[in-house]
Design a protein around this ligand. Structure first.
Ligand code: FDP
Length: 380
């Protein structure tokens, strides 16, 4: 059997134009990363290929539905005390098993485990640390609504030694690559290696079970329009939101008769991957703000394996990601499972929300607006 690196070396020599609908993942990345030092490009292509292969496996499991035995609870809890679904566990195993074999990955951290895992064979020499949410939107599994996987690659900062938890504590702007895979009517991978955003569709007619998943480039240079008329937020939490978010959503809801002078549409899938994918295809904003339900938690979503990878993808597509007060990519985590308020999507809308957070007259404008808002603000 040929050594994998020589196969990859052969793959990255011919640099031909990308062909949407024909170019496969490896061919596309070979062209896309042609400006990189060849050894680095090879490592990145190989590592992304390994994760894409695992996601094809997860896609297969998800598509089997109840027939695949992956519905229902696993009767376990993850490190954060959340009940695990069977598919959460299977997806985590698929990603972990794939990364264990990848010689470029020194260790990985998953939403499902309290601590990072050090690669048995590649812990000292691997150049990357992988971070992932194996199954995002798991409340949707039994309802047969879109779910996804989110992943990110960071540099292993102390190569030559095995990575400890501190090695993972890097801000989002250090990410080498980030992506998500949406398991919907089609399985779609959206990827950035910091050179814009690429979109691939899994060719389900190819034999994924033998490790031959075929991802076909279906869009390059994915861009998010700066303006939008669509927002996504769980409005059942409205009474817990911070004031600037109350104001932003109230203004959207007021539509043509409000200060925005245009009507807005609202969506909520309860699957971040599906929400971000909609934004990648037609713009919009996704908000999971800080709220007062559990004051000790600064938000619901996890910084390292949800917020930061999505923020990099959105930024690379021309959008923006913020907590409302700081850039999501600037936050240096102090814990693996740290949470963050998340606001991302169309750039001008996120700038507006950030502006509302900076506005010292926020409460005054809320009072003025109250008469026209569909949301009545709670009395102080
Ligand atoms: P889930 O817990 O089902 O994996 O990761 C958190 C997440 O889903 C996001 O994908 C989703 O946007 C959000 O939680 C859903 O939150 P609500 O329960 O408030 O709708």
């Amino acid at each position: 059997m040929p050594h994998r690196s020589s196969a990859m070396a052969a793959a990255i020599v011919p640099v031909s134009p990308l062909t949407v609908g024909v170019s496969t993942l490896e061919d596309t990345l070979a062209v896309h990363l042609a400006d990189m030092q060849p050894d680095n490009a090879r490592a990145l292509i190989e590592t992304i290929g390994v994760m894409a292969q695992a996601c094809a496996r997860i896609s297969h499991l998800a598509s089997q539905g109840v027939l695949g035995g992956a519905h229902g609870l696993a009767h376990n809890h993850n490190s954060q005390g959340e009940a695990q679904k069977k598919l959460d566990v299977l997806a985590d195993e698929a990603m972990s098993n794939a990364l264990e074999k990848c010689r470029h990955v020194a260790g990985w951290a998953s939403e499902e485990h309290e601590h990072p895992t050090v690669s048995y064979d590649h812990g000292t020499q691997g150049r990357y640390l992988a971070v992932f949410d194996p199954l995002d939107g798991s409340s949707n599994i039994e309802a047969n609504i879109s779910i996804g996987t989110i992943f990110s690659l960071l540099p292993h900062p102390y190569r030559g030694t095995t990575p400890g938890e501190m090695g993972f504590m890097q801000p989002g702007h250090q990410q080498i690559a980030a992506g998500y895979v949406l398991y919907g009517p089609a399985t779609i991978m959206v990827l950035t290696c910091r050179r814009g955003v690429l979109m691939f569709t899994l060719d389900r007619s190819a034999p994924a079970a033998e490790g031959q998943a075929r991802w076909v480039l279906t869009q390059e240079s994915v861009t998010i329009a700066p303006h939008t008329r669509e927002f996504a937020i769980n409005t059942s939490n409205q009474r817990f939101w911070e004031k600037p978010v109350q104001r932003y959503v109230a203004e959207c809801m007021a539509g043509e008769s409000g200060p925005r002078m245009k009507d807005f549409n609202m969506r909520w899938v309860a699957s971040m991957v599906a929400e971000v994918h909609r934004i990648m295809t037609r713009g919009g904003v996704f908000l999971y703000p800080r709220d007062t339900r559990e004051p000790v938690k600064p938000g619901r979503l996890r910084l390292m394996y949800e917020a930061a990878p999505m923020a990099l993808l959105v930024e690379q597509a021309g959008g923006k990601g913020s907590t409302g007060t700081s850039d999501l990519l600037d936050i240096v985590p102090d814990a693996l499972h740290q949470r963050a308020p998340v606001m991302l999507g169309s750039r001008e809308e996120i700038n507006r929300i950030v502006g509302y957070h900076e506005d010292p007259n926020e409460n005054v404008s809320m009072q003025l607006f109250k008469t026209r808002s569909l949301f009545v603000q709670p009395q102080a």
